[in-house]
Design a protein around this ligand. Structure first.
Ligand code: 2NL
Length: 360
């Protein structure tokens, strides 16, 4: 049998295969179950030993040379296909990437996060509690008598029903009840801030029925107004990113603190605009004081042993001051153009380096 001729024929047909599909057809034709070379191998079975000894190696050699030729041609065709793709395809790296729509952090969330971080550095934990409260935690425990105007229907949102203990239910008017709950649950000493939503029946250009507050409470032995002033000064310098923040404490009144102090922050006039820092003028910033003995007792602690200071500040107002925003109502419109106008984006955190109300 002329295996050399069969081999020559196979080699030239493999070399002539134009694509991988044609090559696969040839592989089946030669080496498949019904293939011509497979058929040759089968003939070995019917041969005499002598014949098999002379024919066997030739057929094996034929099979090996065809197998190799198929593999070589396959590699060549694949290489050519890759070269053609590399030649045809182009990536223009100078093209701008398509814009991805991106959300951004709301200034109120941003300020609450910033304050949580600053206070965390001073050892304050973040405490949370229900927005639907009972009037004991919201008012009574805070030394606000039944006659207090804040308890009136027209100042506070009440629910029609009472709770299981017969207490009136309401939307909390401050986050103080969170602090009462934490005092009762955790005892003293205590260093917490309570950020969150609060509700008052009030609505005009500078008041929204829902707004945000961060309150702070420190309970320990021997706490005095000096601790309060240092803490607020340290936090506000970090928050406004200015070392020249000056605070002024004025006597005031809150039922839950005694004495109570209003805290003003100094500003400087730069081109007629108020910039926080210095003390050319003062603006009211927050309320605070030493925790009233009755409130410490309501929190389950002995006021002869434990003292404390507390403060409350409007987050929306802080955001307006820090980022130079002038309309409170825009905070709740959900207009992304307003956010981007003030430079809020997920990746870019603006600061007060320019001061309050300074032009960009
Ligand atoms: C403001 C400022 C303030 C507090 C909140 C507070 C909380 C507890 C005990 C004592 Cl549990 N005080 N919070 C203290 C002073 C001021 O808020 O302008 N409120 C009307």
């Amino acid at each position: 049998m002329d295996h050399a001729a069969t081999g020559q024929d196979a080699q030239s047909r493999i070399a002539a295969a134009l694509d991988l599909e044609a090559l696969e057809t040839l592989r089946i034709a030669f080496l498949g179950k019904q293939g011509s070379i497979s058929a040759l191998l089968k003939t070995l079975g019917g041969m005499s030993p002598e014949q098999r000894q002379s024919e066997g190696p030739k057929i094996q050699a034929l099979r090996e040379s065809v197998t190799m030729a198929l593999a070589e041609r396959k590699a060549a065709l694949e290489g050519a296909a890759l070269d053609a793709r590399l030649d045809a395809e182009r990536i223009d790296l100078s093209l701008p990437a398509p814009e991805t729509p991106r959300g951004s952090v709301h200034p109120v969330s941003q300020v609450m996060d910033e304050l949580s971080e600053i206070f965390a550095d001073l050892g304050f934990a973040v405490a949370t509690g229900p927005e639907i409260e009972d009037d004991w935690h919201n008012f009574t425990a805070l030394n606000m008598p039944e006659s207090h105007p804040a308890r009136a229907m027209h100042d506070t949102f009440y629910f029609p029903d009472r709770d299981a203990e017969g207490r009136a239910m309401l939307l909390r008017t401050h986050t103080s009840p969170v602090q009462i709950r934490t005092m009762i649950a955790q005892g003293a000493p205590l260093r917490i801030i309570a950020p969150g939503r609060v509700y008052r029946s009030d609505s005009d250009a500078t008041h929204t029925p829902m707004f945000h507050q961060v309150e702070g409470l420190v309970i320990d032995k021997g706490i005095h107004l000096g601790h309060l002033k240092w803490t607020l000064e340290t936090v506000l310098k970090a928050f406004f990113e200015r070392e020249d923040i000056v605070l002024r404490l004025r006597p005031s009144y809150f039922p839950f603190t005694e004495p109570s102090v209003e805290v003003d922050v100094g500003f400087t006039l730069v081109n007629g605009k108020r910039v926080l820092g210095g003390q050319e003028g003062w603006m009211e910033l927050l309320g605070s004081g030493m925790v009233n003995r009755k409130v410490i007792a309501a929190g389950g602690l002995d006021p002869d042993v434990w003292q404390g200071f507390a403060f409350g500040v409007g987050v929306d107002r802080l955001a307006m001051l820090k980022y130079g925003m002038d309309d409170l109502r825009a905070f709740f419109d959900g207009d992304v153009r307003w956010l981007s106008h003030y430079g809020f984006s997920a990746l870019d955190v603006p600061t007060l380096s320019g001061g309050v109300g300074t032009a960009a």
